[in-house]
Write a protein that binds this ligand. Sequence first.
Ligand code: ADP
Length: 381
Amino acid sequence: MAEVNEQQIVDALRCVVDKERNQDIVSLGMIQGLRIKDGHVAFSLEVDPERGPRLEPLRAQVENIVHKMPGVLTASVVLTAERKQAPPPPAAHNHGPAPGGPHGGAQGAQGGSLLPDVQAIVAVASGKGGVGKSTTSVNLALALAAQGRRVGLLDADIYGPSLRRLLAITGQPVSSDGAKLDPIEKYGIKSMSMAFLVEEETPIVWRGPMVQGALEQMMRDVAWGPLDIVIVDMPPGTGDTQLTMAQKVPLAGAVIVSTPQDIALIDARKGLNMFRKVEVPVLGLIENMSYFSCPHCGERTEIFGHGGAKREAEKLGVDFLGEIPLDTAIRQTSDDGQPIVATDPEGDHAKAYLAIATAVWNKVQQTTADQAAAAPRIVVQ
Ligand code: ADP
């Protein structure tokens, strides 16, 4: 069966009328972020926040129409409410107008930033998947907590969230104030992930604006409370979604995780360039799976030679924040949801993560101070 295309979907939806506004939803420009992949269709219906609760029947109707179309396997339609007080991401350029047209520029004077009670938000990113980015994020967060910081960990990987597994978290977040969700606390850190909110096996086919919406909700609608630092485990890669996320999250800086091979293959460089594009300071590079440490005799084998990452970091003009060996104990503890910094805090691996945590924290302080001392900002009255 031929795959359905965008035009066919739009045409089919012209008959759906938003009764309160007496016009069809296509002419009203309510369809946003339409994506089709292998018969899976996903998009959002942009609505006024105050109308959201009343429009569930419309959403269901639209989803139903699309689902019944030939060539459609699944249809996923969500309501997104454009916030009238969207804050501009600090130190980043906006990419064109906000979706939704005429209301796009309506930003409140004070805005209200995302995570206002958090001192610093740091992204952990990598040029590609599988380099140990999530394992590093979790252990780095735990190491910062062990050093007395109040720490949050946000899993920004909407498509492939991994935090439930890495922290062995069961159950769903609850809301103690009836307004915001409480983050889940484990091993002394607060965490939030899409994996806490959806069924494990549910494929998440959201794209574009929906992804942004979900990420923003995990910041805005979660009671993080006052924290010293939030570590954001970014999705792997350096595509558009990552770029948008880097813009949406008010980052103090980014840390790039790379393996020795990838540094040689300049994957890390792509990660660096992505953050430079959106003017997010790169705090430095962490080399993961740096050398092999033998589980039997403890001998260290420099599989890829030693010092390559450090030299490469110098060449790229970023700090080298430290190295973590390739070790079965790290893999096992990580995959069992018993991260090594929490379960073997006196061991050599925990020490390596603690040293990196110190380097990251110092670098955050320095960068924040530099930013504060930078040229005065233009204030629009
Ligand atoms: P990413 O987030 O980059 O996709 P993960 O953190 O999920 O990567 O790690 C990928 C796999 O590598 C996991 O099975 C993890 O346990 C393992 N791993 C990560 N870091 C190390 C390490 N230093 N030593 C051994 N295994 C590791």
